[in-house]
Write a protein that binds this ligand. Structure first.
Ligand SMILES: Cc1cc2nc3c(=O)[nH]c(=O)nc-3n(C[C@H](O)[C@H](O)[C@H](O)COP(=O)(O)OP(=O)(O)OC[C@H]3O[C@@H](n4cnc5c(N)ncnc54)[C@H](O)[C@@H]3O)c2cc1C
Length: 404
């Protein structure tokens, strides 16, 4: 059994938990730190099932945590990858307006990006777009030159290695299944035994609301799982896409709309969509978890959200069940793409916090409670911003968690 006493324990070895752990071990090398991860390896959920994009920060409301942490976070991520030999590339991306009514949205994105401090943003016409992406079609596009790509599973492996070098411990196959708090500290029970901590940081992603409740706190939100499904372009058609081709997102949703991503491996994928998953870790249609469904259905915010967004939910399910409908959405961006060019790819499940009144929480959301800090909504671009989220959490909570 491992030593049982730590200054701080973090639950969850995804990009966010490891980003926070990396910052704590870097800044406070004398603090004893343990990361508990229920899976046998780090980054087995959102951080290892995403698009691998180093987002530049163009989408987010100026002043929001997402905007404030993504822009420097992208620069820090690139620097981290460079320093530690993690594969990455700054390939730029185009956000393409394919209909007249999307043009104001594109202009709004340009303004947002500039307000967030991005440089080099440029609205380009269809001729300039076809020089960059010869197979893309659109009326106008926003060129975002600073967007990059990496492999966040590799980033997380490197975080874990550095945390260990800096004196921390990352313990896998160690699910936290009970938490007790007392005046003397916090006890976290796992199959490896009980661990004692002065402070706890909950970075449990899809289970962060349950861990919050386990620690005796009210999360105030419910984590609703939204699966994102991908198709892969067959290798002989991968030349249809040079880098990243995105649509203008619907401002009512936190998701970006299906797009094309050339991965760091060179593979091109298309997606992800955003459908309600029937299990928190439901990567396939057949994954159904009755406990997860019951907890969603018993939360009033779930039904309010469903009432508000049922129409787009039906559209997303239609695109999920019909390859033809999925391809039609992609053809708006790249008209030449055909059904036979695409084969089913992977999927990921987003942990999206929903409020009791049915709103999808847009910004990052951290909830302090004495010597415990709950990280309750860290959707995209949290992999990009994992280093700056780590810094922000340590800045915000070092004193209350007794780290400094
Ligand atoms: C389809 C998709 C595409 C995305 N694309 C991008 C992108 O291109 N760029 C970007 O920046 N972001 C992207 N994101 C968002 C990004 O992946 C997430 O914001 C980020 O990975 C969240 O990290 P996390 O550490 O909070 O969560 P996770 O990676 O899910 O980690 C949480 C961890 O907690 C563990 N855990 C849960 N319960 C327990 C327990 N009881 N005991 C111990 N451990 C526990 C889990 O096993 C898991 O490893 C995407 C997400 C998805 C799903």
């Amino acid at each position: 059994m491992k030593d049982a006493h730590y200054n701080v324990i973090i639950i969850g070895a995804g990009a966010v938990g490891l980003g926070v752990a990396f910052e704590i071990t870097r800044r406070f090398p004398r603090q004893r730190l343990l990361v508990l991860e229920k899976e046998e390896r780090v980054a087995r959920h959102q951080s290892g099932h995403n698009s691998g994009v180093i987002h530049s920060g163009v989408y987010y409301k100026p002043g929001s945590l997402k905007a404030r942490l993504c822009v420097p976070g992208a620069a820090a991520m690139l620097e981290f990858c460079r320093e530690h030999g993690v594969p990455h590339r700054v390939c730029g991306k185009v956000i393409v307006a394919t209909q007249e009514q999307e043009l104001p949205g594109l202009e709004e994105l340009r303004k947002r990006g500039e307000a967030n401090g991005l440089t080099g943003l440029r609205l380009i016409d269809s001729g300039q777009l076809s020089e960059l992406e010869p197979h893309a079609a659109g009326l106008q596009a926003l060129l975002v030159p600073s967007t990059g790509i990496t492999d966040y599973a590799a980033v997380c492996e490197k975080y874990a290695e550095l945390i260990t070098c800096q004196g921390g411990t990352v313990l896998c196959s160690a699910p936290a299944h009970a938490i007790h708090r007392s005046a003397n500290g916090i006890v976290i029970e796992t199959p490896h035994g009980a661990f004692f901590a002065n402070a706890l940081i909950n970075c449990a992603g899809l289970y962060s609301d349950r861990i919050c409740r386990m620690a005796g706190d009210d999360p105030g939100v419910m984590i609703v799982p939204f699966r994102g499904e991908y198709y892969d372009l067959v290798p002989e058609r991968a030349s249809l896409v040079r880098a990243l081709i995105y649509p203008v997102p619907d401002p009512r949703f936190p998701f970006l709309g299906v797009h094309f991503t050339r991965r760091i491996s060179g593979k091109v994928d298309a997606g992800p969509n955003a459908i309600l998953a029937l299990a928190r870790e439901g990567y396939r249609h057949s994954d159904i978890n009755l406990r997860d469904l019951a907890s969603s259905f018993s939360f009033p915010g779930f039904w309010r959200m469903a009432r508000r967004h049922w129409r787009s939910g039906v559209d997303e399910w239609h695109r999920s069940l019909s390859k033809r409908a999925f391809v039609r959405a992609l053809q708006r961006l790249v008209p030449e793409v055909k059904e036979e060019d695409l084969v089913p790819g992977g999927s990921g499940v987003r942990a999206q916090a929903v409020t009791p009144d049915g709103a999808l929480v847009d910004d990052f959301h951290f909830v302090p409670s004495g010597k415990v800090l709950h990280v309750l909504n860290v959707p995209s671009p949290a992999a990009t911003a994992s280093l700056t989220i780590g810094k922000a959490i340590v800045d915000m909570a070092a004193e209350s968690l007794g780290l400094s």
